[in-house]
Design a protein around this ligand. Structure first.
Ligand SMILES: NC(=O)c1ccc[n+]([C@@H]2O[C@H](COP(=O)([O-])OP(=O)(O)OC[C@H]3O[C@@H](n4cnc5c(N)ncnc54)[C@H](OP(=O)(O)O)[C@@H]3O)[C@@H](O)[C@H]2O)c1
Length: 312
């Protein structure tokens, strides 16, 4: 049985990955401030911002695969605290890559579509990234650090939505909360993305582990839509009134960090490698809806304990 260590196991991607992977693999779920409990997985808490903790945990478990999901993902917080952003998004990935290579395992590093400046559509893996804020720069430097430490590592540039274990909401959950409560919210009409349902991303990740993939892959959905249109399509699938979503331009909000406008990446490389089309937005939203009907969000949330700061 393959041994898989998932960092960021309390986060959006990590929790959904652990939840799914425990059916097929021996899983170690690593979180920091949020204790997690997953049936069938070993759980461990550690502060990875100390290099010795990274080395210790990876040496202790010696996993076949490490999927590194832990990060500082708050774009505006990164802008306000660049030192922390580079520690979490560049230095930790470097240490994880180093420790994984030394222990003889393989690494999948999760990066972002936002390494590009968003001035055009259809970026391919070999296009030169031009990040426009601290978060994106720290993520790009994380990619470079991982490649330097381990050229065989897989780097996935992605963007996703889904059900969260934590109270922090994904874009879809945030729209839904407003729609269900009849509160108005704003959707950007000039920021374009190809969002993938996190559960679909998890399936792709598990397939990629079985393949001979190495290097960078763009792993996003099939359809390029504005964040406003995403909200509207979500409202339609949930049969809620889309009037609560107000169309706005991103500059109207005075956000701290600048945002890239068009992050619709080209996915031919991964599609050819796995011989499949990326899931459509309609498929993703329908599955997101069905998961709710089946009580999936509640099951996911029950895996997280009270927040405290006990991590070592
Ligand atoms: N969400 C998106 O739409 C999106 C889009 C593009 C790319 N990505 C990338 O996808 C990856 C996963 O994102 P996500 O949204 O799933 O993340 P998330 O929900 O924000 O979760 C972040 C995770 O990082 C962990 N973490 C933070 N600091 C840590 C530390 N010092 N030591 C150990 N763990 C630490 C947190 O643990 P605790 O909560 O236990 O402290 C949490 O599990 C990230 O690399 C992100 O850049 C995300």
């Amino acid at each position: 049985m393959t041994k898989l260590l998932v960092t960021g196991a309390s986060g959006l991607l990590g929790s959904n990955l652990v939840f799914e992977a425990t059916r097929q693999q021996e899983v170690i779920a690593l979180s920091h401030t949020h204790p997690v409990r997953f049936e069938g997985a070993e759980v461990v808490r550690a502060d990875l911002s100390l290099a010795e903790n990274v080395m210790r945990v990876i040496r202790q478990f010696s996993p076949d695969w490490v999927v590194h999901c832990a990060a500082e993902t708050n774009v505006d917080r990164c802008e306000m605290d660049p030192e922390r952003a580079f520690l979490l998004n560049r230095d930790i990935p470097r240490w994880v890559a180093q420790a994984t290579r030394v222990s003889g395992g393989r690494m999948i590093h999760i990066s972002t579509d936002a390494v590009f400046d968003g001035s055009r559509s259809g970026y391919q893996e070999e296009d030169v990234p031009q990040p426009i804020n601290v978060y994106s720069r720290s993520k790009l430097e994380g990619e470079l650090a991982v490649r330097e430490e381990d050229p065989r590592a897989m780097i996935l540039r992605t963007n996703f939505f889904g059900w969260s274990a934590l109270d922090k909401m994904s874009l879809a959950e945030w729209f839904l909360a407003h729609l269900e409560e009849g509160r108005s919210c704003r959707g950007f009409t000039d920021v374009f993305v190809k969002l993938l349902l996190v559960n679909d991303l998890v399936q792709l990740l598990l397939r990629m582990m079985e393949s001979e993939c190495e290097g960078i892959y763009h792993v996003v959905g099939r359809d390029c839509v504005s964040k406003y249109d995403f909200g509207v399509r979500l409202a339609q699938v949930f049969q809620l009134d889309e009037k609560w979503i107000l169309p706005v331009k991103v500059d109207q909000l005075g956000l701290i960090a600048p945002r890239a406008r068009n992050l619709c990446l080209d996915t031919s490389k991964i599609s050819n490698m796995l011989d499949m089309e990326m899931p459509s937005l309609e498929e993703g939203l329908r599955r997101f809806y069905e998961l709710k009907q089946r009580g999936y969000p509640e099951r996911l949330k029950s895996l997280i304990g009270e927040q405290n700061n006990e991590g070592n």
